[in-house]
Design a protein around this ligand. Structure first.
Ligand code: UD1
Ligand code: CA
Length: 454
């Protein structure tokens, strides 16, 4: 294949989404639609990727970062007009230009590869990907001659009743010869139901000039679904989620119920991990081997080691090392690092803290802004008092310290290695290593209390 260039159309508002944000930024399996399309282009071997932005240009640009070149279509006058905006960037480009829409998140590199190969093999000036849709409403219909050649594409709004009965649609995915594309685009008019410059008109223009145009049919229409509404978005989400879940099961992950397991596109899961229902793995989360996750757990941008057990846990932007056990009802907040073999029991919150190897937070802890060593035992109901209303302070707890039940560690404060804190203490001064701190009023017993009460 020659050096492939791709143009991705992403300037439209997506009126049918009824959204304040550009359509292509709506996410499917945790990733913006336009990123799905771009990733597929890159995986196909596309060397230059140009995204045409317009509505919400800055927002789209922000989501793309450095991943693609961007060109602005100031007014959204149609898909043909959108492609034309990329022309100044492609003056000297010869060979194949692939054009994709930013609202088809289900396409795969395999499909695009097939399109490019067949385009080049056919020696066509334009090749369109088509699909047989169970419901073709809204799509451009592929109109073929009696001999079976593609004659033209008619948009739904411009189509006659007979044309609307055609179920073969334009997937909005094309390969063009660069020079033929831009010269034909200049001849596209806007005399149609939407008053727009339609990209698919390039096909009939080239055909009229006696050039070869070609069509490749997708085997699986699902890969070509275009998202125009929230209903389509939910359909795409379901298809992609199923695809991701199948991939993981094939690689050795057990999903107790794939229909109620929600795993984002870029999440990695190691083999022999078992995932119970109603578990979400989101964003850049990675999970090691032999873990047991869920039921009802959510991990967002979390790095999870091997052999971790977590049920009824919400953990985000944090790292959890091998062998840790957590739950039920645990919240691990950003910038927390849970070391190997830590045990976290019920109703525990950890925030911006390091918990050392093998330490135990068995029940009812709040650990915030804390550096905890290894082998620490935190009694039931112990908390770090990290905030005075203005500033957050850190607490340090040394290796093998033992903090008795219902204690408050008022930061900034430290509890030394091997130190003890008596139950019910409110610690405001550092506790040196190996010492016992008792910071509560002494108990006094008053005899004959019922008589005295009278
Ligand atoms: C388009 C095709 C239709 C095809 C369908 C496949 C045209 C005229 N129609 O219809 O034949 O069956 O896709 O999904 O091409 N965009 C711009 N600038 C514009 C207009 C659109 O960048 O001025 C972008 C949109 O952001 C979107 C893509 O082009 O990502 C497709 O636009 P959309 O309005 O969704 O086209 P469809 O009506 O779905
Ligand atoms: Ca569309």
């Amino acid at each position: 294949m020659t050096d492939l260039v791709t143009i991705i159309l992403a300037a439209g508002k997506g009126t049918r989404m009824k959204s304040a944000h550009p359509k292509v930024l709506h996410k499917v399996c945790g990733k913006e639609m336009v990123r799905h399309v771009l990733d597929a282009a890159v995986a196909t071997g596309s060397k230059r990727n140009i995204v045409v932005v317009g509505f919400g240009a800055d927002e789209v640009r922000g989501a793309l970062g450095n991943a693609a070149e961007v060109v602005v279509q100031e007014e959204q006058l149609g898909t043909g007009h959108a492609v034309l905006q990329a022309e100044p960037l492609l003056r000297d480009t010869k060979g194949t230009v692939m054009v994709l829409c930013g609202d088809t998140p289900l396409l795969t590199a395999g499909l695009l590869q097939k399109l490019c190969e067949e385009h080049e093999k056919a020696g066509a000036k334009a090749t369109v990907l088509t699909a047989i849709m169970p419901d073709a409403t809204g799509y451009g219909r592929v109109i073929r001659t009696a001999a079976g050649d593609v004659e033209k594409i008619v948009e739904h709004k411009d189509a006659t009743e007979a044309e609307r009965a055609v179920r073969e649609v334009n997937a909005g995915i094309y390969c063009f010869d660069a020079e033929a594309l831009f010269s034909a685009l200049k001849k596209v008019g806007c005399d149609n139901a939407q008053g727009e410059y339609y990209l698919p008109d390039v096909l009939s223009i080239l055909r009229g000039q006696g050039e070869k145009i070609w069509a490749v049919a997708a085997d699986d229409y699902e890969e070509t679904l275009g998202v125009n509404s929230r209903i389509h978005l939910a359909q795409a989400e379901k298809i992609l989620r199923r695809r991701k879940n199948l991939e993981l099961m094939e690689s050795g992950v057990t999903l107790m119920d794939p229909d109620s397991t929600f795993i984002d596109m870029d999440v990695a899961v190691g083999r022999d991990t078992v995932i119970y229902p109603f578990t979400w793995l989101e964003g850049k989360t990675s999970v090691g081997e032999g873990c047991t996750l869920g039921p009802s757990s959510r991990f967002t941008d979390a790095k999870i080691g091997d052999g971790v057990t977590a049920h009824f846990v919400y953990a985000h932007e944090c790292e959890i090392e091998d062998g840790a056990t957590m739950g039920p009802f645990v919240h691990i907040r950003p910038d927390s690092h849970i070391s190997k073999d830590v045990k976290i029991g019920n109703f525990v919150e950890v925030k911006n803290s390091n918990v050392g190897e093998g330490s135990k937070l068995p029940h009812l802890q709040y650990i915030g802004d804390c550096d905890m060593g290894a082998g620490v035992n935190m009694g039931c109901g112990t908390i770090t008092v990290n905030y005075d209303g203005k500033t957050k302070f850190r607490t340090k707890i040394g290796d093998h310290a033992f903090v008795g039940c219902n204690s408050n560690l008022v930061a900034p404060v430290s509890v030394g290695d091997g130190a003890y804190v008596a139950a019910g203490s409110t610690i405001t001064k550092d506790v040196p290593p190996d010492e016992l701190a008792v910071a509560r009023a002494r108990q006094k017993n008053i005899p004959n209390w019922p008589d005295k009460r009278k």
